[in-house]
Design a protein around this ligand. Structure first.
Ligand code: PRX
Length: 668
């Protein structure tokens, strides 16, 4: 606790630098007049009315939204059951199906022949699916899963590249009521195995490989490694998409090819009526302690929140072509590539690749080629584009764009302005959306036709969301004072629990801050301040989570990976500010006696972390010393390591340090 408080205070002082840079950029950008005129939430007054309605009578607000926006097989009886907090039940008694809401209900309208999904592969291959075509693909896949013995309630893990089959498989799982657990394709076989075991997955859907940076990258061998030696006994079958056509091993009796099994299935499959609170998916994310936790989302509440937030924030219209650059392995891909757009009947674009030296203009070319109107990406990508200058994007016609979004980490005002001017041609509003895996959908964001924007601020909470910035006792802090970013009331898209660990859910999110009145407030690790206009400025994590290029990593996971190497006796990992990635990873390690620090060992350690977790977790720097700074009670003083990692003076009290000579050694 002390450590976290110190952390928080040091972060609050860090925030002064961000406040200064914000003060240099004091312009307020009015909402787009085009959107104000034609959009559904066209003025700040409309937003405020919605916000106040939701606050005054939440039951009525959510009931009306759920009845209007979702299709129900059976109507729900109760809007919210909060009798056993923090375990919420939304829309109890109702039956619906997310796959039905994303597909079937669009087939009776003109949307049936509208593109639901436009996909472009890294080598330039393009596939397009109308809503009708996507529906049949999903039905066939759902039937294939049934043929493999997957039924309602069975967990299916997806370990896939960014290919249409990833979205199809997610929708197929939702269709038959089999919760999915998507594991980012960049995670290692070890990380995959942990998730398969924790979730007791019954089947895995994967591909031979995918394309990354002009190369075919294998995936299936990692599945084979994860399943080797019967280490995941629950897994009975593996369905494999052929993407790269590299030679892979197919295990008799366990593995089947997608292209052999799926096309032979019937093209109709009834969507299973699912209880509102039926588990929809598990998605693992990092926290400050222990292994990644399986965040559980359920059917109706998640569907409603992904649907509504997509509609509000992106002001979606019939002719929009919307593109989110995330990977389906993260929550952004779940909510804003697949479910939010399709539930609204929008056209969503999916891209397998990323900008790379051979194609620095890959993103802009895609915008030009497909006439993208709404573009949603991460600040880290924007900073990388900024670095290579405007000459690259300037080569492309991006006049189709009308709205830009960012997600995943705080955006510095300089990048915000560049995004607006260079990519948005000065005419597109920017929505800076704050949210988390746990929140299911966006919580704080401008509405492009209503909210004046300030570069670097996620602005105001969405209707129905009671966000606040508080001190340790849960009291609201004064304007411009730093504090913990919390949510005071349940909302439909909230995570329901940590898979298999109710206690961890309660403790990590709802009991960290303890208001004196005994109320429960949700806190998931971010610090923020609110300015005099009530605008939120998210300052970043205040716990031991590092945000590397918008990817969330627990320092403890990386430490465990390091100490699992036989040369390492102890490890401590901290984040360091990085102009491009937001944060970089610095590891301090002590070696087992007799081991020498050599370049090749350091390289080996980095690779080892890559193998244990995935390449994104490889430390940028590893420093070896014969001891780590510890308190007399043996606790590593991360505050000191953080200062050392970023080359700052060590400030604050060091009197609790057990051995002060360690500091000198670490400095040298
Ligand atoms: O620290 C916040 C940061 O990303 C964390 C959530 O990470 P994850 O669950 O992986 O979800 C990422 C996509 C929603 C948050 O706790 N974060 C996300 N969006 C923003 C942000 N920080 C500042 N501004 C944002 N817009």
């Amino acid at each position: 606790m002390l450590e976290r408080t110190v952390l928080f205070l040091s972060m609050a002082s860090d925030s002064n630098s961000s406040i200064e840079s914000v003060l240099q950029e004091q312009r307020v950008f009015p909402p787009s007049s085009d959107i104000s005129k034609r959009g559904q939430i066209g003025s700040l007054e409309t937003y405020q009315r919605m916000f106040n309605d939701a606050k005054k009578d939440p039951e009525k607000f959510w009931r009306e939204a759920a009845l209007k926006e979702l299709s129900w097989f059976e109507p729900f009886k109760k809007v919210l059951d909060w009798s056993n907090p923090p375990f919420a039940r939304w829309f109890d008694g109702g039956k619906t199906n997310l796959s039905f809401n994303c597909l079937d209900r669009h087939l009776d309208s003109d949307k049936a022949d509208k593109y639901a999904l436009i996909w472009e592969g890294e080598p330039g291959d393009v596939r397009r699916f109308t809503y009708r075509e996507l529906y049949h693909e999903v039905c066939r896949t759902a039937n294939a899963l049934k043929a493999l013995g997957v039924g309602k309630g069975d967990l299916v893990a997806l370990y896939m590249p960014m290919i249409p089959e990833a979205a199809i498989a997610m929708l197929a799982c939702a269709r038959i009521g089999a919760p999915h657990s998507v594991v980012f394709g960049g995670f290692s076989s070890e990380a995959l195995r942990d998730r398969l075991v924790d979730g007791e997955a019954k089947a895995v859907i994967t591909a031979d490989g995918g394309y990354r940076k002009d190369k075919a990258v294998p995936l299936k061998p990692a599945v084979d490694a994860a399943l080797a030696d019967n280490s995941c006994p629950s897994v009975q079958s593996v369905l494999v998409v052929q993407r790269t056509k590299e030679k892979i091993h197919m295990e008799d009796g366990r593995d089947s090819w997608w292209h052999e099994l799926v096309p032979t299935q019937k093209r109709e499959c009834q969507a299973e009526p699912m209880d509102s609170e039926a588990r929809l998916f598990v998605l693992y994310t990092s926290g400050s302690t222990g292994k990644p936790k399986g965040v559980v989302h359920t059917t109706a509440g998640y569907n409603l929140w992904a649907h509504l937030t997509f509609q509000w924030i992106f002001d979606i219209r019939e002719d929009d072509v919307y593109w989110c650059t995330a990977d389906v392995g993260w929550i952004t891909g779940h909510s804003y590539i697949v479910y939010g757009p399709l539930s609204n009947g929008a056209t969503t674009v999916m891209y397998e690749g990323a900008p790379r030296p051979s194609k620095p203009g890959a993103f802009w070319e895609l915008i030009q080629k497909h006439g993208i109107t709404i573009f949603y990406t991460a600040p880290t990508a924007i900073r990388a584009f900024m670095k290579s200058g405007r000459s690259v994007p300037d080569k492309y016609d991006m006049t189709s764009l009308r709205l830009l979004g960012t997600v995943g980490e705080p955006i510095n005002p300089e990048a915000w302005i560049w995004y607006r001017e260079v990519i948005g041609g000065g005419r597109c509003p920017i929505v800076d959306t704050w949210w988390q895996t746990e929140t299911g959908g966006v919580m704080i964001s401008p509405l492009p036709g209503a909210t004046p924007t300030k570069p670097g601020s996620a602005t105001l909470p969405l209707p129905g969301i009671e966000a606040d910035v508080v001190d340790e006792k849960g009291h609201s802090v004064a304007p411009d004072e730093g504090g913990y970013l919390v949510i005071r009331r349940p909302w439909p898209g909230m995570m329901r629990t940590v898979h298999g660990n109710k206690q961890r859910f309660r403790e990590s999110y709802w009991e960290y801050l303890r208001p004196e009145d005994g109320s429960l407030i949700y806190f998931a690790g971010d610090g923020a301040r609110r300015d005099v206009d009530g605008y939120f400025w998210v300052m970043g994590r205040v716990d031991d989570v590092i945000n590397v290029s918008g990817h969330r990593l627990g320092t403890m996971e990386i430490e465990s990976a390091l100490v699992s190497h036989n040369a390492v006796s102890e490890a401590a990992v901290v984040g360091r500010q990085d102009d491009l990635k937001g944060e970089g990873i610095v590891a301090f390690v002590t070696l087992e006696s007799g081991r020498e620090v050599t370049e090749s060992l350091l390289k080996e350690l980095r690779e080892h972390v890559g193998e244990e977790i995935g390449p994104i977790a490889r430390p940028d720097e590893i420093r070896c010393s014969d001891a780590l700074p510890k308190t007399r009670s043996g606790k590593i003083m991360r505050r000191i390591l953080r200062a050392l990692a970023s080359g700052e003076e060590i400030s604050g009290d060091t009197s609790t340090l057990e051995d002060r000579s360690v500091l000198e050694k670490l400095r040298s």
